[in-house]
Design a protein. Structure first.
Length: 297
């Protein structure tokens, strides 16, 4: 199945801003890697800055600009204790989400996403007859591979420099019979819509096309209901789908999500509170959660 989003941007994306964001992410990535390895010691800003290869002042200002948080607050947002506290707030985070309703504040889905689903026949055909335009663009989380179908955003992958070919091959393997056309210029506006919060407008939604099996699409639609800055578990999603024994299958579907960040599979954690795996890397998952925490703080 697939689902679709409106692609008309508010303004022409500023490529210098996007490149600056990519440079920022390289620093943040190094800082988060150090935090992850030493979080129990709660490293101070001098230690983190040294690991990130910038001065403490540069690191402080970067985090304030990038995430809206101080480095100390960012560290706290990424600790496992934080994840466990969120889980203890509600027996089921998703149940709390439904009580909020679709108009709840701070939700990426409400801000700028609508979606459609591809028919099972189209998915079964491996994308045959489907043309996907793609381009590589800088983002706050590394290099973004943006893939656009006629009906909207169909794929979003993230990679580090030098991994572009592998990211493209991974996405192509999902729909092996589709036609792929490189179009960096044509996909730049979509990249800007995704990563610039100023362009998250409910009156101009980004249409997302979900391409997968019926079960996978149901899981991905459930992911869209997780509020910004919150978490859920594979078991919670399985219960929401009226199939409480399907946690493992849910995990597989989450791992196959072709539209990362927009369909927020990074907000799913293990039952114990562990962040667990992430197709595009755990460091990037932590970066996304910290970036989002800065927008709901």
């Amino acid at each position: 199945m697939t689902r679709t989003a409106m692609l008309s941007p508010d303004r022409v994306p500023d490529i210098k801003e996007l490149h600056a964001a990519a440079d920022d992410y390289d620093v943040v990535r190094r800082a988060i890697a150090h935090i992850r390895g030493n979080w129990r010691q709660q490293p101070d800003i001098d230690t983190i800055a040294e690991a990130a290869k910038v001065t403490p002042t540069e690191l402080h200002h970067l985090f304030r600009r990038w995430a809206g948080l101080t480095p100390k607050a960012f560290l706290q947002a990424l600790t496992l204790d934080h994840a466990r506290r969120l889980l203890r707030d509600s027996a089921s985070v998703l149940e709390a989400t439904y009580e909020v309703g679709l108009s709840g504040p701070g939700r990426l889905h409400d801000l700028f996403v609508t979606h459609d689903a591809m028919s099972p026949g189209e998915w079964k055909a491996g994308g045959e007859g489907l043309t996907l335009r793609y381009g590589f663009h800088p983002s706050p989380f590394g290099i973004a591979l943006v893939m656009v179908a006629p009906r909207g955003l169909a794929g979003l992958a993230l990679a580090d420099s030098g991994e572009e070919s592998a990211a493209l091959a991974d996405m192509k393997s999902r729909w092996p019979r589709a036609t792929y056309v490189e179009d960096n210029e044509g996909t730049a506006a979509v990249a800007a819509r995704i990563f610039d919060p100023k362009l998250w407008r409910p009156d101009q939604p980004l249409r997302v096309v979900l391409i997968g099996t019926d079960f996978e699409v149901r899981v991905w639609e459930t992911l869209l209901k997780i509020p910004l800055g919150r978490f859920t578990t594979y078991s919670d999603i399985a219960r929401t789908l009226d199939n409480p024994k399907a946690a493992r299958a849910v995990g597989a579907a989450v791992g196959k999500n072709p539209v990362c960040f927009v369909v927020p599979c990074h907000r799913v954690i293990g039952k114990s509170g562990e962040l667990t795996g992430y197709h595009w890397g755990l460091t990037r998952k932590r970066a996304m959660l910290g970036w989002e925490a800065g927008r709901v703080a």
